[in-house]
Design a protein around this ligand. Structure first.
Ligand code: PMP
Length: 728
């Protein structure tokens, strides 16, 4: 009513005071909302209001349940030709591993083959399930809407499905009048659809039968009466049935809302509490014990278990953590099928569950997995593939299982080659979680729970030209001098330098780009002192930076050792150390190097497919183009929102630092943005010594469209009061 007063007053004011724009300020948004509301079915609105007042959303929900409670139907009555009474529950939920990858469940022949195999195993049962099951199957954008909190998909199934052979007839359990008899053509529609209206004690209800032959549905006309026990329809095969594996979609409704020739079979997860009040559980008719959608473990239960039985120092992302159950390209999905655009995960390098990587893993794991003491093609092929991306100086590979293990091995190499154990590292650098790695990670030993640098680790200032010790455009020499000072310290202690280890862009430091010339100078100094140079490529490697395949190549240097981790296995634990021949020779001093899992045929098949996918899909170029576009858009935001102090990074490895006008870090605002973005379906992470940097390092298939979506919501949230008012 307020909105109607607003638009009415505006209409009057336009006549009375046409020049007074202020009086019209609310008109446009008021109309926008009214138009949206106008589209909402009035009955549906009524059910929502009832639900908000803690009544059953539909006034007849309880009446139906009471009426049906002493009635019992058999599946033999619904499908007399099938003659089975039990069901084999089929889980098609978002979390189901049975349905496999999207490329698998969208392959109808494969899906049907799996149904047939399942049926062979359970010959006496009808395969069925699905009431209130959130499913990932509805991937067409017709199932999506953009709401106040970003993208929402209709995922929750409102009926049950019976997976039966085509042409199986369905018979009527109650006498009913045909209210809908159509051929609902189109992909992922119902095909032949019948809806019957039934009368119970003082109320009406409906039953819906979808995915039938057009002929059997169109045999009826609206108004026809179908007697109890009479045949209604026959199931169709695909594509006639709307392009699904053959099954009957059976649904009970207490209302048709405003629908005539159609009725939704799936609902938005956020609206399910209302829908389930008038789309009732079909098992109320059959009362079969196992015909219930499995209960999902709640986030609270998972958290409580973790607290009691998993390491206390395991942390969780976001104030309200997400339970993710499925990955798909640039998206992660929660149990309810909510899609989150992932701008954080540089591990899922070529996209979450990339089909060809999944296939490579599945194929190899089914045939052989063993250690490197046998000959196998895969380890050689992956080695060749890695070496083809590197300068010829780096030509020997050792395979391990994690970034930590890679850096651990790199430090062992340093000790074997130089006989020294003094390592120079950057402030806030992170190189892994093992003993030695923590000892060379200022992020850890200078962070909470840490005890400062160990005797043999020498930290130089974070080479941050924005808020670091030296600021401005040409700080390379100044920071190189800091490295030199650490070399001097080592010499003063009567020892020599083992190595310098640093990332080409310091990730945990807050996506710090090394100043121009710094790495060249630092490498020269280290080498002059007899040390080795290690480039930790765990975060930035494999084409992510766009301009170059490896991070060190940005700086025109060639390290003695590089360590590769995260992206190489696209989520599978696979990492590698690549070094020069000279380092490799000296390392092989007689002590065998063996890692039980490192370099196994499965891991290598995966790594090989990851690198081939980067090449085949031109992902390095994509990182360059999309990364440049995104950086430019972020720079435009920086002009609009002074809270953004700096936008930095290369390719799809970017960072946004939030500061106030005195360059003080704004950690609360950074965390606020990450959490609000998550609420809008976009995952971001925060980092940096002052927790004031938003990091962007998405799967490499991230497109311009995804970048635009990210920018759109960032702009929205930067405009929110908590952010806008922090600088005033
Ligand atoms: N180096 C860098 C730069 C990293 O970011 C990480 C992990 N965050 C590691 C090494 C350790 O890798 P992992 O967790 O696979 O042991």
């Amino acid at each position: 009513m307020r909105l109607i007063i607003t638009v009415t007053k505006s209409a009057i004011n336009k006549v009375l005071e046409p020049n007074n724009k202020y009086l019209l300020i609310s008109e446009k948004p008021a109309w926008e909302v009214l138009k949206k509301w106008y589209l909402i079915d009035s009955e549906f609105a009524y059910f929502n209001f009832r639900s908000a007042c803690n009544y059953t959303a539909h006034p007849n929900e309880q009446k139906f349940k009471d009426w049906i409670s002493d009635q019992q139907f058999s599946l033999k009555e619904l499908f007399p030709t099938v003659n089975k009474e039990k069901i084999c529950l089929l889980d098609l939920s978002v979390s189901s591993t049975w349905i496999g990858h999207r490329s698998q469940f969208n392959n109808l022949d494969l899906f049907q083959f799996k149904i047939n195999e399942l049926q062979k195993k359970h010959p006496e049962e009808i395969i069925a399930g699905g009431y209130l099951e959130p499913r990932p199957l509805y991937t067409s954008t017709a199932y999506d809407k953009i709401g106040n909190y970003g993208r929402e998909s209709r995922t929750v199934h409102l009926g049950v499905d019976f997976w039966l052979p085509p042409y199986t007839p369905t018979h009527a359990l109650f006498e009913g009048e045909v209210v809908t008899a159509v051929n609902d053509v189109g992909d992922k529609e119902y095909g032949g659809l019948i809806i019957l209206k039934h009368r119970a004690d003082g109320f009406e209800f409906y039953t819906l039968y979808g995915h039938n032959t057009a002929e059997s549905a169109l045999r009826h006309t609206v108004g026809d009466i179908i007697k109890k026990g009479e045949k209604i329809v026959e199931l169709a095969n695909y594509p006639e049935n709307g392009n699904w594996a053959p099954h009957l979609h059976f649904q009970i409704m207490l209302t048709m809302l405003d629908y005539k020739n159609d009725f939704p079979g799936v609902a938005y997860a956020s609206q399910v509490d209302v829908w389930k009040s008038f789309c009732l559980d079909p098992n109320l008719l059959f009362k079969i014990d196992n015909f219930v959608t499995p209960k999902r473990t709640s986030a609270e239960e998972l958290i409580n278990y973790r607290k009691n039985h998993l390491g206390k120092s395991l942390s969780l992302q976001y104030k309200k953590p997400i339970k993710v159950v499925r990955g798909d390209g640039p998206y992660l999905m929660d149990e309810l099928g909510r899609k989150y655009l992932d701008t954080v995960n540089n591990v899922a390098h070529v996209g979450h569950e990339h089909p060809s990587v999944v296939k490579a893993a599945q194929n190899q794991v089914a045939v052989l997995n063993t250690n490197t003491r046998y000959l196998h093609e895969n380890i050689n092929l992956l080695t060749q593939e890695i070496l083809s991306t590197l300068p010829s100086e780096l030509n020997v590979v050792h395979f391990v299982n994690s970034g930590s293990e890679a850096n651990e091995l790199a430090i062992r190499m340093v000790k074997a080659v130089t006989n020294e154990k003094d390592i120079i590292v950057s402030e806030v650098g992170y190189h892994g979680s093992s003993n030695t790695c923590v000892d060379i990670s200022s992020y850890k030993f200078d962070g909470s729970g840490g005890n400062g640098a160990p005797e043999h680790t020498h930290v130089f200032s974070l080479p941050d030209s924005f808020r670091g010790k030296y600021r401005g455009k040409s700080t390379g020499k100044q920071y190189a001098k800091e490295v030199e000072k650490r070399i001097d310290t080592i010499h003063q202690k009567g020892r020599n330098v083992g190595a310098l280890i640093i990332e080409p862009i310091i990730s945990c430091g807050g996506q710090i780009e090394l100043p121009k010339g710094f790495l060249q100078d630092a490498y020269k100094l280290i080498r002059r002192a007899g040390g080795l140079c290690i480039s930790d490529e765990v975060q930035v490697g494999c084409g992510r930076l766009g301009k170059t395949f490896w991070g060190f190549q940005l700086h025109d240097v060639i390290p003695d050792i590089i360590t590769i981790g995260k992206p190489l296995g696209n989520g599978h634990p696979l990492a590698a150390v690549v070094c020069t021949k000279e380092v490799a020779e000296k390392f092989a001093n007689g002590m065998e190097y063996f890692s039980t899992f490192g370099g196994n045929p499965v891991s290598c098949a995966i790594g090989l497919e990851v690198l081939r996918t980067v090449r085949r899909e031109n992902l390095q170029k994509n990182a360059l183009l999309v990364g440049n576009f995104l950086k430019e858009e972020l720079e435009k935001l920086q002009i609009e929102f002074p809270i953004i102090g700096e936008v930095r990074g290369v390719g799809l490895f970017l960072g946004i630092e939030l500061v106030d006008s005195e360059m003080n870090p704004l950690a609360d605002q950074t965390s606020y943005i990450a959490n609000r973005m998550k609420e809008h379906g976009i995952l971001m992470s925060t980092d940096g010594p002052d927790h004031n940097v938003l990091k962007i390092k998405p799967p490499m298939i991230f497109s311009k469209e995804h970048a635009k979506e990210l920018i759109q919501y960032l702009r929205k949230i930067l405009n929110e009061d908590f952010i806008k008012h922090c600088l005033s």
